[in-house]
Design a protein around this ligand. Structure first.
Ligand SMILES: C[S@@+](CC[C@H](N)C(=O)[O-])C[C@H]1O[C@@H](n2cnc3c(N)ncnc32)[C@H](O)[C@@H]1O
Length: 239
C-alpha cells in the first residue's frame, strides 16, 4: 500500500534521486512486510535509502562511514547470525541467579554470551569459590569483559556459544533472545549433565516447561526460567 501510494504520488516526469530513494524505501518495506518481518522494521526500511542518500551528500571523511559500519559490528555481532543483541542483566536477575549458585561448593558456571562481563563480576564477588567462564563473540564487548575481569580467575573466551561444550558446567546462564532458544535447548539437552541447571533470563523455550520460574522484581527482565537437566540419555530416548 505504501509502495502504491508513493508510486502514484511521484511526479515521474521530474524524478530526483530523492524520489527514487523514497520509492526504494517503500518497496523494501513492502518486501519486508510480505516476508513477515515485524512491523517495527517498516520505518527502518522506508527511511534507510533516503537517509543513505542524504548522508552521501554530507562532506565527511570516508573513515567516518567506515567507523559507522564497523563499530556496530564490533558490539552487535551477535545480532547478525543469532538475532541476539547486547542488553545487560540487571541486579534483580543477578540476585536471582545467585540463589541458584552454591556458596559452599565450587560449582562451574558459564554465561553464554557474557556481554561486558557484569554477571561474571557479580558472581565473582558473591561466589568466590565458583569456577566461572564467559563466552562472547562480539569483539569489543569481549575485550571489555576481558579487561574488567583481568584480575579475576575467570575465563572469558572469545568465540561462539554454539562451540562451547556444556557437559562440564553445573549452571549454564543465558540471556539471549527468543530466536536463539530452540537451538539452545537442542544443544543443552544433548550436552548438559543430569542435575545441572539451565537458566534463561526472560526467554522461555517453546514447548519445554521450565522446572522453576523465578519472578524478578525488575523493570526490564521479567523472569528467570530454570530447567533441571535430565542428562543426554533421557532426552535421546525422547527424541
Ligand atoms: C543479551 S546480551 C547478555 C549479556 C550478559 N550475559 C548479561 O546477561 O548481562 C547477549 C550477548 O550474547 C552475545 N552473543 C550473541 N550471539 C552469540 C554467539 N553466537 N556467541 C557468543 N556470544 C554471542 C551478544 O554479543 C551479547 O553480548
Amino acid at each position: 500500500m505504501i509502495t502504491a501510494a508513493l508510486l502514484f504520488s511521484l511526479p515521474l516526469s521530474d524524478e530526483t534521486p530523492m524520489h527514487w530513494a523514497w520509492l526504494f524505501g517503500a518497496i523494501a518495506a513492502t518486501l519486508g512486510w510480505s516476508y513477515g518481518l515485524p512491523p517495527w522494521w517498516a520505518p527502518i526500511l522506508v527511511l534507510f535509502a533516503p537517509a543513505a542518500l542524504l548522508a552521501s551528500s554530507l562532506e565527511v571523511s570516508p573513515l567516518v562511514w567506515l567507523a559507522a559500519a564497523v563499530l556496530p559490528w564490533l558490539v552487535f555481532r551477535g545480532v547478525i547470525r543469532d538475532r541476539v543483541p547486547l542488553f545487560l542483566s540487571d541486579r534483580p536477575a543477578i540476585d536471582g541467579l545467585l540463589t541458584l549458585v552454591s556458596d559452599r561448593y565450587p560449582v562451574s558456571v558459564v554465561d553464554l554470551g557474557c556481554g561486558t562481563g557484569g554477571v561474571l563480576l557479580a558472581l565473582r564477588e558473591a561466589r568466590p569459590i565458583a569456577r566461572l567462564k564467559g563466552v562472547e563473540n562480539a569483539p569489543l564487548t569481549w575485550l571489555l569483559a576481558r579487561i574488567r575481569l583481568r584480575d579475576a580467575a575467570v575465563t572469558v573466551r572469545y568465540g561462539s556459544i554454539w562451540e562451547e561444550a556444556l557437559d562440564h558446567h553445573d549452571v549454564v546462564y543465558a540471556y539471549l533472545s527468543p530466536a536463539a532458544m530452540p537451538q539452545l535447548w537442542d544443544k543443552a539437552s544433548r550436552e548438559m549433565r543430569a542435575g545441572s541447571l539451565l537458566v534463561s533470563n526472560s526467554f522461555a523455550i517453546p514447548g519445554i516447561e521450565p522446572d522453576r520460574v523465578l519472578p524478578l522484581d525488575s523493570g526490564f527482565a521479567t523472569e528467570l526460567y530454570v530447567w533441571t537437566m535430565r542428562g543426554p540419555d533421557a532426552y535421546d530416548a525422547a527424541r
